[in-house]
Design a protein around this ligand. Structure first.
Ligand SMILES: [Zn+2]
Length: 478
């Protein structure tokens, strides 16, 4: 995500009879996670029926599976709301039924309604399981990740999404209005989406067909290794597209005098990052303008840019970089959000170095350093006692601290590694990190492993940056 920030300082129905298909070699993800969704949007309600399948690679005797119900963070009485100001209408998700391997299943919601845990027969390692979940999601009015405003729909986190199993169990982190508390594993998605024919629709994955019936249309989508699935639609969208090698890049917008320029930038960013970090990970890439509370937001294969975005160029570069650092290489967004936000912030500046505009790269980095160092000095001067460590849960940050520490300080850490080990080795490290963790979960340890292979031991240096004791001014020259 990219926050709007003005720097003032210095600026399938699982009917009995459907047989679970075994994972094949084509599956990159070990858990063979798949989502088959039938969705229907009528006004502000999505009716969904989804089949989720996965292979238990986690633990013998796994007797329950947890799904994240992100949509309930938009409830009026949400325990941990996704909104910070009152909404004109609220949202939420109602589960109508759940079945497991064709039989009705028992499920319970957590007290805060953010999770649903489904009980099932104990699975041995290697067993596959299939859930059919019927639900209805109400879309709130607003400019959020799940909302509609003046005919523009932003639909993400509207479906029950399997929680990440992290070795001790399924993660059940609470929602947070600060940061991007969305944590998921990559899976293959097959989606049919029915809606009013007047809507121009785009999503995280490629469109494979459209059929119409009366006033309605049904659009089919499919995509592999998607970390999350999102749909954006608006009757007033214009769309243009271009090619970044084999990848088709789309730009959906209502009003943009510089539309072709915006598309060209997205195309060039896909090409440039692809060459630097490794091939673009998805079939298509879509940039869509939406009414949005922040400057931008990333999903696999899809970036949202706010209609009133302060800096479209920087935001397109930042969100496009997230296709590598979030979309493909996941990381724990609760405890290690500096990994994808820092890398995306760094990549947006590094883009200029990669296209041969070194001066602009230096200038961008200077402005980031200046903003962060001013912030850090101010904390020292005021004796504010604010902890400047990066490795804190997102719940411990205010919006501003989060931006300064998880985006800027982290970005400076990556730039410092580049300065110390040299651009060539650092570039190799980014490639290695991407290659080793593509479609999986990366993070600090995985980055250190990539660093070890390409640069040397980076544990001490990264520890100093991440911790609160050492101030960045020790490392960074203005
Ligand atoms: Zn971001």
């Amino acid at each position: 995500m990219k926050k709007i920030l003005i720097i003032l300082t210095v600026a399938a129905i699982m009917a009995a009879g459907i047989i679970l298909t075994a994972c094949t070699d084509k599956d990159i993800n070990d858990d063979c996670l798949t989502y088959d969704m039938k969705l229907s949007l009528t006004e502000n309600v999505i009716t969904g029926e989804q089949t989720v399948r996965y292979k238990n690679i986690y633990v013998d005797g796994l007797g329950q599976t947890t799904f994240h119900l992100y949509a309930n963070a938009y409830n009026e009485d949400a325990a941990n709301p996704a909104y910070t100001t009152e909404l004109s209408s609220y949202g939420g998700i109602e589960i109508d039924s759940v079945s497991v391997n064709g039989n009705p299943a028992e499920y319970v919601l957590s007290e805060d309604k953010e999770y649903m845990t489904v009980s099932h027969e104990a699975l041995k390692k290697g067993d596959e399981i299939s859930f059919v979940i019927n639900y209805r999601t109400t879309v709130p009015e607003g400019n959020l990740r799940l909302s509609m405003l003046n005919g523009s729909y932003t639909l993400s986190g509207f479906y029950p999404q399997m929680s990440v199993y992290d070795g001790e169990g399924f993660r059940t982190d609470k929602f947070s209005a600060v940061g991007d508390p969305i944590y998921s594993s990559c899976g293959d998605y097959t989606v049919s989406f029915e809606c009013d024919q007047s809507l121009v629709v785009c999503s995280s994955v490629k469109t494979s067909g459209i059929s119409t019936s009366g006033e309605r249309q049904t659009i089919s989508f499919n995509g592999s290794n998607i970390r999350d699935f999102a749909i954006v639609c608006n009757a007033n969208y214009n769309v243009i597209n271009g090619k970044a090698g084999e990848v088709t890049v789309y730009y959906f917008y209502e009003n943009d005098e510089n539309a072709q320029e915006t598309l060209n930038l997205a195309v060039r960013a896909v090409e440039t990052y692809g060459k630097a970090f490794g091939a673009y990970p998805f079939d298509t890439y879509t940039v869509a303008r939406v009414p949005f509370v922040c400057d931008g937001m990333e999903y696999s294969g899809l970036s949202l840019i706010a209609n009133n975005c302060v800096d479209v160029t920087e935001t397109v570069l930042h969100e496009t970089a997230h296709q590598w650092w979030y979309g493909a290489v996941g990381s724990d967004p609760i405890n290690e959000s500096y990994m994808d936000e820092g890398l995306a912030t760094f990549s947006a500046a590094y883009y200029y170095e990669l296209i041969g505009e070194s001066d602009k790269f230096v200038e961008e980095m200077k402005s980031i350093k200046r903003a962060y160092l001013s912030y850090e000095r101010l904390q020292q001067k005021r004796n504010s006692g604010i902890c400047l460590a990066m490795n804190k849960p997102i719940y411990e940050f205010t919006e501003y601290q989060y931006q300064m520490v998880e985006y800027y300080k982290s970005c400076m850490m990556f730039d410092n590694l580049r300065e110390i080990f040299g651009d060539e080795k650092f570039a190799e490290c980014l490639k290695q990190y991407y290659e080793d963790n593509k479609f999986g979960i990366g993070g600090l340890e995985a980055f250190r492993a990539a660093g070890e292979k390409t640069m040397g031991d980076i544990k001490g240096l990264t520890e100093a940056w991440i911790g609160e004791k050492v101030v960045a001014t020790t490392f960074a020259e203005e």
